[in-house]
Write a protein that binds this ligand. Structure first.
Ligand code: SAM
Length: 188
């Protein structure tokens, strides 16, 4: 059933994660659920993660109002935290030297103090140099996952910034799996 659901999602959601990438995340969630799951970025896959972590705690972080509203409208019981990212992808060359400024201190205490078992980073958008890029979400995920000995997935690591940023903050030594453009870093 889950395989069919993932296949249907990929067909109806072109340009996002592939079947193999979703399956990597889904299978790890199935091993850990019910757990604490933090997801950077909502979309048509949000209900998949909610259902995969049935009985656990799932929180989404989103910067685009239209997509946050979409998720709240379409996914029953979803928790979406509205955030603002102040970076541009092009700033990575400088920001890499001052990572602590990337920590998302404005997230609610219940997010910053929770023990996250699994964190999925699939936002904000980073397709162009003037997009926000994922420096803030990846850095914040690294701090939270190291503390909780969790797992971090980063999508779109075919892009230079995501790949470099992940290696810098999550550590190439911690990369446990890589399927297409989805990387998995483990701190357990
Ligand atoms: C890579 S997309 C996240 C896609 C989502 N994880 C999915 O697979 O449906 C990053 C950001 O783009 C926006 N977004 C979500 N779904 C989108 C879609 N199908 N097409 C374009 N942008 C999307 C949201 O603001 C999201 O945080």
């Amino acid at each position: 059933m889950s395989r069919e659901r993932i296949r249907a999602l990929v067909e109806s959601n072109p340009g996002q994660a592939s079947e193999a990438e979703y399956t990597l995340v889904y299978d790890v969630l199935m091993e850990r659920a019910p757990c604490n799951l933090l997801v950077f970025g909502v979309g048509r896959d949000s209900s998949l993660w909610m259902d995969a972590n049935d009985g656990g705690r799932t929180v989404f972080v989103e910067d685009v109002r239209r997509w946050a509203d979409y998720a709240r409208e379409h996914v029953e019981g979803i928790t979406v935290i509205d955030v603002r990212y102040w970076t541009l992808r092009i700033m990575w060359h400088v920001l890499r030297f001052v990572p602590s400024v990337l920590y998302m201190r404005s997230l609610p205490t219940h997010v910053l103090e929770a023990e996250w078992d699994v964190i999925l980073v699939d936002a904000p958008r980073g397709t162009r140099w003037y997009r926000r890029g994922r420096m803030m979400s990846i850095y914040t995920a690294s701090v939270l996952a190291k503390r909780s000995r969790g797992i971090v997935f980063v999508h779109d690591c075919h892009r230079f910034t995501e790949a470099e940023c992940s290696d810098a903050f999550l550590g190439a030594d911690h990369m446990a799996r890589e399927v297409e453009t989805m990387r998995c870093y483990a701190f357990g």
